[in-house]
Write a protein that binds this ligand. Structure first.
Ligand code: 3PY
Ligand code: MG
Length: 267
């Protein structure tokens, strides 16, 4: 178990290993992170863009995830530094920032995610991420090293600017939102479209050229993932807790219906 999940996450990325994560859409318990850690996952995304997450619960989920060695990322609803400060100083240790279309936007969110001198994040009274025995100045310095900032490439504009975005200091990773990107490309839901594979390759190459890691979320079917992994995607938003539950429930239903039919046959 690592109390420095940001360091552990970066090491995985440097080694070209997978970092598996889930979006938390329906979890209402601080147990979510430890449960996923026990399943071999590496990060969670507490989602303020598309899920009914509450800040209080996000705080509990994020801190218990850190204690379990899993990286709690937050997806803010936008780029507002006040929202980012609220998430990061209350337990989140990383960002998945939606709809970053330009280098200027990337620069602003990277600055909003770190304390001075690396950024402009406002200093709280207490930073609980690394335990309560760590003094504030030390905790802020550790935070600046630990926090993982990813920006979402999920539009044609972002794709056109992906090289410039990847060159922004303080951005650690590029993260493709395949669903939004496909909608913007006029190919809604076509996760197997060659245009998406091309976008993934272009983003993966921009990340690699700039020493960043790359990842993505959106696709559920397994087929297209192989090509995305080949293109260098390593930070994987596998799906969300709702779809994991539905997948598990359907598998169990299929098993028991099949087992009952089999047991009704000749002994
Ligand atoms: C998208 O696919 O658009 C996302 O935001 C991540 O799943
Ligand atoms: Mg999206």
């Amino acid at each position: 178990m690592s109390a420095r999940p940001g360091t552990a996450f970066r090491a995985r990325m440097r080694a070209g290993e997978l970092a598996l994560g889930s979006n938390l859409r329906l979890s209402r318990s601080a147990e979510a992170g430890p449960i996923l850690a026990a399943c071999g996952f590496h990060w969670v995304m507490i989602d303020f863009e598309h899920s009914p997450a509450s800040p209080h619960l996000a705080h509990d989920i994020a801190l218990s995830a850190i204690r379990a060695g899993l990286l709690p990322m937050a997806r803010p609803s936008g780029h507002d530094p006040r929202e980012i400060a609220g998430l990061l100083t209350n337990g989140a240790l990383g960002l998945v920032v939606p709809h970053v279309d330009t280098a200027a936007q990337a620069e602003a969110v990277a600055r909003a995610a770190r304390f001075a001198p690396r950024g402009a994040l406002s200093v709280p009274g207490t930073l609980a991420h690394f335990g309560y025995g760590t003094g504030l100045a030390e905790a802020c310095a550790i935070f600046n090293e630990e926090v993982v900032v990813t920006v979402m490439i999920e539009s044609r504009t972002a794709l056109a600017n992906v090289e410039a975005i990847a060159a922004v200091p303080g951005v650690d990773g590029l993260f493709i939102g395949a669903s939004d990107l496909l909608w913007d490309l006029g190919l809604p839901g076509r996760y197997d479209a060659p245009e998406l594979q091309e976008a993934v390759e272009r983003t993966g190459a921009a990340a690699a050229r700039n020493g960043l890691f790359a990842g993505m979320g959106g696709p559920r079917d397994e087929g297209p993932w192989r090509g995305f992994l080949r293109a260098g995607m390593r930070m994987i938003l596998t799906e969300n807790d709702l779809s994991l539950m539905m997948r598990g429930a359907r598998d169990r239903r299929a098993f028991f219906e099949g087992a009952l039919s089999a047991s009704a046959g000749p002994a």
